[in-house]
Design a protein around this ligand. Structure first.
Ligand SMILES: Cc1cc2nc3c(=O)[nH]c(=O)nc-3n(C[C@H](O)[C@H](O)[C@H](O)COP(=O)(O)O)c2cc1C
Length: 214
């Protein structure tokens, strides 16, 4: 199973990058996720990025799913499309910017459509109060606009002031982050469960495919 991890931040000194490092270490050392392949996307520096601002004349929604990824005229969008098509699920790790979604992340989402539809996705958000507003916004974009299957249990990383305003950024492994380990594992378990259930005949009625309960 292949999980794409998208960073919402493109800043060089980024707290999000520290959270991603923490999550990768946690998943890589956990027996439940032995077979999980991770692909990390930094929207500024990963191969095929940065993407242009939305420029294609034909709406991504208007393409036939069978025409992907070759239908895109821009090779960067073709590459982004085939990357997302290769994922079984997605984990978005994003800070909150001015109560909303960082622009590079929204741009990366808007370039594609059918690639996202029905794909399981989980959310880890960061902010002074855990990024609850960006989480709510992403739930609406992903679950509504893009018709993705959004894991019910998100993780809200409430960042102490020294990490927001200080000169140092999170690197991963800090006690501040270890407090979220169980919640992170739960969120990824839910994504994996949604992937497993995606192709089943009656995913909504099969007991093992019901959303995780409290
Ligand atoms: C443009 C911008 C807007 C921000 N807006 C918010 C906000 O609405 N709420 C919040 O809690 N923090 C906000 N912050 C602080 C971020 O949570 C903090 O800078 C965090 O480290 C950003 O993640 P990054 O370092 O990976 O970019 C903002 C930061 C930036 C750069």
């Amino acid at each position: 199973m292949k999980l794409g991890i998208i960073l919402g931040s493109t800043r060089v000194k980024s707290n999000t990058a520290g959270v991603v490092a923490h999550v990768v270490t946690l998943l890589s050392s956990h027996p439940d996720f032995d077979t999980l392949e991770l692909e990390i996307i930094n929207l500024a520096t990963s191969s095929g990025h940065p993407l242009p601002l939305l420029i294609e004349d034909t709406l991504p929604q208007a393409h036939s799913p069978s025409s992907l990824p070759s239908v895109y005229s821009d090779p960067l969008i073709r590459s982004w499309s085939s990357t997302v098509l290769s994922w079984d699920g997605v984990l978005i790790i994003s800070p909150q910017y001015n109560w909303g979604v960082p622009a590079p992340l929204k741009n990366a989402l808007d370039h594609l459509f059918h690639e996202w539809v029905a794909k399981p996705v989980g959310l880890i958000t960061l902010g002074g109060r855990g990024g609850t507003k960006v989480e709510a916004s992403l739930r609406s974009i992903l679950g509504g606009g893009l018709d993705m299957r959004v894991a019910e249990k998100g993780v809200q990383v409430a960042m102490p002031r020294e990490w927001i305003a200080g000169s140092e950024v999170l690197k991963g492994g800090e006690e501040t982050l270890q407090r979220y380990d169980e919640a992170i594992l739960e969120c990824v378990r839910e994504i994996v469960n949604l992937v497993k259930c995606k192709d089943e005949a009656s995913p909504r009625t099969s007991p093992e495919c019901m959303p995780l309960q409290e």
